[in-house]
Ligand binder design. Structure first.
Ligand code: T4K
Length: 393
């Protein structure tokens, strides 16, 4: 008999270093009383990341959204940018804040990243860049996008918010394209409470990004551009230094969780798993997406999402609805029918995955899904019936 979890199982939980380690680090902050504005811990963290990524072109921010917004501004991106609607809404917001028109095109069906053919078809004289997302940490079609960008003289920018720790052919994903943005939000496998990072090819951009994140100050009396405030503070940097030490362990634990999910769910009718990634990709297991086929599974994605809550399992529908369907973007005309993106957004469910999730808990989540698939709970499987039931509770 499977029992509901006693405590809620969320889609993710942040990794936290041992409290004593963090407190030790805090004592340095207490001693120096340096809290923000390019403090010593931030400088140390930046250097560690430069070593980690083997580049000096690293710039840290207080979150990923502002990092990307500043990247677009600093690179002078304007006009139209071709992008994906299957992402967290922040990707598109960064275009909006730069007065850039997003041109949404479809994704490919295996890993849900931008479909290069659709990108090429959407290029107009106003296109200046491609903003692609390594969604769930899955690398985009790197060669195809680089080829299109080169032939059409476009900047290639990656929203790599989910992709910290991913490597392709032993090269960090950060080194593809002109620039990559990583989010260090608490919900990410590597985090700094909140935070973000840019890694870029052109060394000259560093100075511009540094100005833009610090009000445009060159020195006490000179402001060289109208910057904003997007600096990472010392507490964030401290968390980053401490979490970085555990990165391998975190990814290893997530890999084992993925294995259990894949093994248990692979033959469940109506559940589609992402195909195995090519062996040259070293993955970070950032998310655990499944697609739910309503006919075959016997229950819609939304019904499963609601039903899981009754077992205290809080999966998420990342990324539903599509960004272009949010009221603030509905007025933008979309020429691509977005056939794949629409199907995926309506069937995707991301299951709990985080380093402290026990393998036995993963087994139980899978058992619950199988139990629901077989209709053994004896409840109606229609979404409306489930919604009604949840409301009554
Ligand atoms: N581009 C992409 C592709 C992104 O996915 C994101 C962010 C960005 C850009 C922007 O980067 P940032 O500016 O955020 O650095 C979350 C995150 O807030 C967001 O960072 C993330 N993507 C997005 C995919 O997910 P929510 O609204 O779903 O998070 P929330 O608060 O519902 O948290 C999910 C679960 O995590 C909770 O149910 C419990 C757990 N949780 C959460 C927090 C914040 C904890 O256990 N502890 C916590 O402190 O957006």
């Amino acid at each position: 008999m499977i029992k509901p979890f006693e405590k809620p199982i969320y889609v993710t939980r942040p990794f936290l270093p041992p409290l004593e380690e963090f407190c030790q680090g805090l004592s340095e902050i207490w001693e120096t009383r340096w809290l923000t504005n390019n403090g010593p811990i931030l400088q140390r963290f930046t250097q560690e990341l430069c070593n980690f990524f083997k580049t000096d072109n690293v710039c840290l921010f207080n979150n990923g959204t502002l990092a990307l917004q500043i990247a677009l501004q600093g690179m002078g991106i304007s006009g139209e940018v071709i992008t994906t609607p299957f992402t967290f809404v922040a990707t598109t917001h960064t275009l909006f804040w730069n007065k850039i028109r997003p041109v949404f095109v479809d994704i490919e069906p295996d890993y849900y990243t931008l479909d290069p053919e659709k990108v090429e078809a959407a290029i107009t004289p106003w296109t200046t860049a491609i903003l692609a997302v390594h969604v769930y940490g899955h690398p985009c079609k790197l060669n195809a996008l680089a080829d299109i960008a080169r032939r059409h003289n476009l900047r290639l920018i990656y929203d790599a918010a989910h992709a910290f720790g991913v490597k392709v052919d032993n090269t960090s994903i950060a080194h593809f394209g002109d620039l990559s943005m990583f989010s260090f939000h608490a919900t990410k496998l590597f985090h700094t409470l909140e935070g973000g990072m840019l890694i870029f090819q052109e060394a000259g951009l560093k100075g511009i990004f540094d100005y833009l994140k610090n009000f445009g100050f060159k020195n006490e009396v000179e402001v060289v551009m109208p910057g904003t405030n997007a600096k990472m503070n010392e507490m964030q940097a401290l968390m980053g230094i401490q979490v970085l030490k555990y990165l391998e362990e975190i990814i290893h634990k997530r890999a084992r969780i993925t294995d259990v999910y894949r093994d248990r769910l692979k033959e469940v009718p109506g559940i589609r798993l992402v195909p195995s990634l090519s062996p040259d990709i070293s993955f970070n297991h950032a998310y655990m997406p499944i697609e739910v086929d309503e006919q075959e599974f016997g229950m819609s994605r939304d019904a499963l999402y609601e039903r899981l809550k009754q077992w205290n399992v809080y999966s998420r529908r990342y990324f539903y609805p599509l960004v272009c369907d949010y009221p603030c973007y509905r007025s933008i005309s979309v020429n691509d029918p977005l056939t794949v993106a629409r199907r995926v957004a309506d069937s995707i469910l991301t299951l709990p995955i985080y380093d402290s999730l026990e393998l036995s808990e993963v087994e139980t989540i899978c058992e619950i899904i199988m139990f629901l698939q077989k209709g053994k709970d004896g409840l109606s499987r229609s979404t409306n019936a489930v919604k009604k039931r949840v409301r009554i509770k």
